[in-house]
Write a new protein. Structure first.
Length: 131
């Protein structure tokens, strides 16, 4: 069904979860940045699993994270070629209230790796963190 509210029935301002995993890539990374920055001020969870070109070069990823709404708490970039552990570590250090998941499905918070997202201990650790 169609979302209700807002202009043309779109509820972007209230959107808290956006999953673009494995979707067709935007023609430019700027399209993705504009979407998130301009239309999703309440966004808390952004899933970009499998995004390839849209996050190249690493500067684009950094811009996405730094320009994301202050409400963002979880950024899933698993299977994104450019988002390795070092980039996720640096990014999570810059935005310590955002969980960044790297290519290898490792969760990073505040510059430290909590472990693999498939590991129950990592999920427990994430549940205990007040972001």
């Amino acid at each position: 069904g169609r979302a209700r509210g807002g202009r043309d029935g779109v509820c972007w301002p209230r959107l808290t979860w956006l999953d673009l995993s494995w979707c067709a890539q935007p023609s430019t990374p700027q399209q993705l940045l504009q979407l998130v920055r301009r239309h999703c001020p309440a966004l808390q969870h952004l899933a970009l699993q499998g995004f390839k070109e849209a996050l190249r070069p690493a500067d684009t990823f950094n811009c996405l994270l730094l320009d994301a709404p202050p409400s963002l708490r979880f950024l899933d970039c698993s299977w994104c070629d450019e988002v390795d552990g070092e980039l996720a570590r640096r990014a999570s250090k810059r935005r310590p209230r955002v969980v960044v998941v790297d290519y290898y499905c490792s969760a990073w918070v505040g510059g430290r790796c909590l472990g693999d997202m498939g590991d129950p201990e990592t999920k427990e650790a994430l549940a205990d963190i007040q972001l």
